[in-house]
Design a protein around this ligand. Structure first.
Ligand code: FES
Ligand code: FES
Length: 161
């Protein structure tokens, strides 16, 4: 039995891992019950499982659990502030960029990592990041609009009143 110590959404966690191959997405969903992180392809192609690890967006289905040792991981469950949605989540709703919602947590986490590092990321940079994700329902334009709206909202939030 292996032991993993890391922090998830600001809370220290200790997880006992079974032998064999265990990925970060398995730990989040199966051990910690954080099922907001979705698993689609399982091989790093669709972006559904994206979370933030030490401030970088990662596809958690490709991160062996032991790589998270001592790291700080944020998932979609850590974004909302109490009952209040994060500005990026609000933007997806307002832009009509959510249908089945399967791809949404990963997209939101990817954009949160991007705008946290670069609040004024240009459209080309945003499109590069969105290209790491697949959505079978909503369509690229609505997601791009949500991403632009997210940028405006994150900038507005960062400004002092
Ligand atoms: S489930 Fe991880 S990238 Fe598709
Ligand atoms: S909203 Fe259904 S996969 Fe994107």
């Amino acid at each position: 039995m292996r032991v993993l110590n890391f922090s998830v959404n600001g809370v220290p966690k200790t997880v006992h891992l079974e032998e064999g191959r265990v990925m970060l997405s398995d730990v989040l969903r199966d051990h910690l019950g954080l099922t907001g992180t979705k698993v689609g392809c399982g091989v790093g192609q669709c972006g559904a499982c994206t979370v933030i690890m030490d401030k970088k967006a990662v596809t958690s289905c490709t991160v062996p659990a032991e790589k998270a040792e001592g790291k700080s991981v944020f998932t979609i469950e850590g974004l909302a502030d109490g009952g209040k949605l994060n500005p990026i989540q609000e933007a997806f709703v307002e832009a009509g960029a959510v249908q089945c919602g399967f791809c949404t947590p990963g997209l939101v986490m990817r954009l949160f990592a991007l705008f946290s590092e670069n609040p004024e990321a240009d459209d080309e940079t945003i499109e590069e990041e969105l290209n790491k994700h697949l959505c079978r329902c909503t369509g690229y334009e609505a997601i791009l609009e949500a991403a632009r709206l997210s940028r405006s909202k994150m900038i507005a939030r960062a400004k002092p009143n």
